[in-house]
Design a protein around this ligand. Structure first.
Ligand SMILES: Nc1ncnc2c1ncn2[C@@H]1O[C@H](COP(=O)(O)OP(=O)(O)OP(=O)(O)O)[C@@H](O)[C@H]1O
Ligand SMILES: [Mg+2]
Length: 262
């Protein structure tokens, strides 16, 4: 596989755990010695604010500038093996730009981030040019999803976006799976972890029957009070809820890393 491996986190819905899981995946990969860059491609910048003091970002380091300028670019280091290219409101300008913008991000990653193993792109929760650009640049995408009455709509949105980008812009793009997130609680039935609540289990069953869902459920992530502190503190929290969250973050990250061959 060429270097770096590029993964986008996509869901056409806000608050489902894109930024949280992107950061958790980045932390876990970095701890395993995988040199990782997180690109915050959502103008809201929630991933950036959870790892950086946004008041103090050096000029020219944001992801819009990264894509638009041709100087040598160094991502900002936030931990051993973990680097970030933070968001800025300038990302909104992409929506006004021509179709060439779809290809710029991938070209810049190829020229500037050759020495990294993994690039994770966090995207916005609404369909924008930046989301299409992220998918055009990527080898892989995964999609956090909640198991509720909106899930089948979420499924349709992701399936449509994936198919369109793959057919028209990036034939290398591979969908590696859904990551059900904020599941109430899970139990084991016949050696398989499944949602405990009946309504969630029913949605889960339906998801497993969809063409993109079949064999494509990465891991069930529960509603975890400690997840925010877990991903922010670099998986080093001691409190019990942080410990529990850290275990699940490691488990889903491992599922993703093995799908992408790292
Ligand atoms: N498994 C979980 N358990 C509990 N809280 C969670 C879980 N996953 C995410 N959250 C919380 O839900 C909120 C939204 O998560 P996050 O910011 O990752 O979503 P997002 O998809 O990136 O949203 P947006 O579309 O706004 O960027 C955050 O406060 C986060 O801490
Ligand atoms: Mg987000």
């Amino acid at each position: 596989m060429e270097k770096p491996v590029i993964v986008s986190v996509v869901a056409q819905k806000g608050g489902v755990g894109k930024s949280t899981t992107a950061l958790g995946l980045g932390r876990t990969a970095a701890e395993q010695g995988i040199k990782t860059v997180l690109i915050d491609f959502d103008s809201q910048g929630s991933l950036s604010t959870s790892v950086l003091d946004m008041g103090n970002i050096p000029k020219g380091k944001d992801s819009y500038t990264f894509v638009k300028t041709h100087d040598n670019y160094e991502p900002i280091k936030v931990a051993d093996n973990l680097f970030v290219i933070p968001a800025s409101l300038d990302l909104l300008k992409f929506d006004e730009e021509s179709f060439e913008s779809f290809f710029l991000l991938g070209e810049r990653i190829e020229s500037e981030l050759k020495n990294y193993d993994l690039v994770i792109i966090d995207t916005a929760g609404t369909l924008r040019t930046t989301v299409t650009a992220a998918l055009t640049a990527s080898h892989f995408m995964y999609s956090p999803i909640e198991l509720n009455s909106y899930s089948l709509k979420a499924y349709d949105d992701v399936a449509k976006l994936f198919k369109n980008v793959r057919r028209r812009l990036n034939s290398k793009l591979d969908f590696i799976g859904f990551l059900p997130n904020r599941v109430h609680s899970c139990r084991e039935i016949e050696g398989q972890r499944v949602p405990f609540q009946l309504d969630e289990r029913e949605v889960y069953r339906q998801l497993l029957e969809m063409p993109l869902g079949r064999d494509n459920i990465l891991y069930l992530v529960e509603e975890l009070a400690g997840i925010r502190r877990s991903v922010q503190a670099g998986n080093s929290g001691a409190a019990r809820d942080v410990e529990q969250a850290t275990k699940q973050v490691k488990d889903f990250s491992q599922a993703i890393l093995s799908r992408i061959g790292l």
